[in-house]
Design a protein around this ligand. Structure first.
Ligand SMILES: [Zn+2]
Length: 438
């Protein structure tokens, strides 16, 4: 909380990061590896003048960031995308889309975005999420094992199901993390001499003016409804402010970027899995270690947990259905099914599950069903054909069901039928790698 003061001599507010099992050194190392891998995949702008401007501005701002550490790299990159978005990796790697430059009306608004992102870095939100995942997946007992293992932090996180792509779970900040990044951002703007309202105003302007270009931003940055009021309350505590004028480089950079052709919007390629299928599964596998089961999966797929279970999915494997929902067209999913009646057998319970699935996919057909054995547990292997969420395509699904306590643990492997041959060896290897807990 901020203490109201009446003079410019401000007590630095007390910013407290959430619990974290990793060290700031880990943040630095993680950001280094992560940025090296995504830099190759992002359309980064390679132009000295705008990058110098952004890096100079960024470093001026983070000089005022609380909890800053000498380990942090503080590197600022421009992504040549018109989507209005920005994100920060642990350890001080900040990516600003050119769309932010297009939309910012003055330097304070651009500085606001950078200051907000710096808040995610110094409050260490990425490794805080990793720490929460450790707790959710088995508590402190497994940390010793994880941290004691050889191998990079990146591979340790992969074992937790935390991939390091551009849509990693480690970037999915909670509303409270967003509020904290706002608080840090407001403080940094104020200390640097910018109008501290500019950050919250920019978020409000872009949400209103460019709704379709900010989808990604607000999926990565849940928008706290009380953002403006919260910021105003914080500013009231900071005392009178000095403001500095925009540097001439701000307009020069905007003009320069306006003359460059942006890369095609990410949304277009994302929802175009029909024309552009996901990259083939990698031959390198990493292990997901859960409490009830573990399995190996290709290292270019991502594990996402959701209310119904988890999906293990290549980039671009989720598509938008006609109804606008997100549906899985490629990859695997794991869930628990609770049969409606007690004292059930696996065949009947699987039949009931298939009936449930048929309600949302009436074309679902059982091609073949055989008994199987999953690491000593009796299982049922069911081969299905149904409609793919990709328009006009059929998909082949392999459903494997096994009893765990009062529930049926289900693994389903999903691929459009024409692509089955390319995916079958990967599905087999995942299946063979499954280990069941007790
Ligand atoms: Zn944020």
């Amino acid at each position: 909380m901020l203490v109201p003061v009446s003079s410019r001599a401000v007590d630095r507010p007390d910013f407290k990061p959430g619990y974290n099992f990793y060290s700031p050194q880990d943040d630095a190392q993680l950001g280094k590896e992560w940025s090296a891998s995504i830099d190759r995949r992002l359309p980064l702008l390679d132009a000295a003048a705008p990058l110098n401007y952004l890096n100079t501005l960024g470093k001026q701002l983070v000089a005022f960031a609380p909890n800053n550490r000498p380990e942090y790299a503080w590197q600022f990159r421009i992504v040549n995308s018109s989507d209005i978005n920005a994100f920060a990796l642990p350890g001080g790697y900040i990516y600003v889309n050119r769309g932010v430059f297009d939309a910012a009306q003055d330097e304070a608004q651009l500085a606001g975005v950078i200051a907000h992102e710096s808040g995610h870095v110094v409050m260490r939100h990425g490794t805080h999420i990793a720490s929460q995942t450790v707790v959710a997946q088995g508590g402190l007992a497994i940390i010793g094992g994880l941290l004691g293992q050889n191998g990079s932090l990146t591979s340790q996180l992969a074992r937790l199901g935390l991939g390091l792509g551009v849509d990693s779970l480690l970037l999915k900040n909670s509303r409270s993390a967003e509020t904290q990044a706002d608080e840090v951002g407001t403080y940094v703007l104020y200390e640097a001499g910018y109008d501290p309202h500019a950050m919250a105003q920019f978020f409000q302007i872009i949400a209103r003016k460019y709704p379709q270009r900010t989808l990604l931003f607000f999926s990565d940055h849940p928008n706290p409804e009380s953002r403006i009021a919260d910021v105003d309350r914080e500013i009231a505590g900071l005392g009178p402010r000095v403001t500095r004028p925009d540097s001439p480089d701000f307009d020069a950079t905007k003009r320069y970027l306006a003359g460059i052709t942006p890369s095609p919007p990410a949304e277009a390629t994302k929802n175009d899995a029909a024309k552009q299928p996901p990259p083939l599964p990698s031959a390198n596998f990493v292990r997901y270690q859960g409490k009830a089961f573990s399995f190996e999966y290709p290292d270019n797929w991502q594990v996402q947990t959701n209310e119904g279970g988890m999906t293990i999915c290549p980039q671009g494997g989720m598509v938008s259905s006609a109804e606008g929902d997100s549906a899985q067209a490629y990859g695997a999913a794991v869930s628990l099914y609770s049969p409606s009646q007690g004292n059930w057998g696996l065949v009947d319970a699987t039949q009931e599950l298939l009936d449930t699935m048929r309600q949302s996919n009436p074309q679902l057909q059982v091609l073949q069903q055989t008994g199987a054995n999953l690491k000593g547990s009796p299982a049922l292997s069911t081969l299905l054909q149904s409609d793919s969420p990709l328009p006009g395509q059929k998909e082949t699904d392999h459903l494997v069901t096994v009893r765990r306590g009062d529930s049926v643990l289900t693994f389903i492997f999903i691929v459009p039928t024409p692509a089955l041959a390319g995916y079958a060896p990967t599905f087999d290897r995942i299946l063979e790698s499954i280990e069941l807990g007790h």
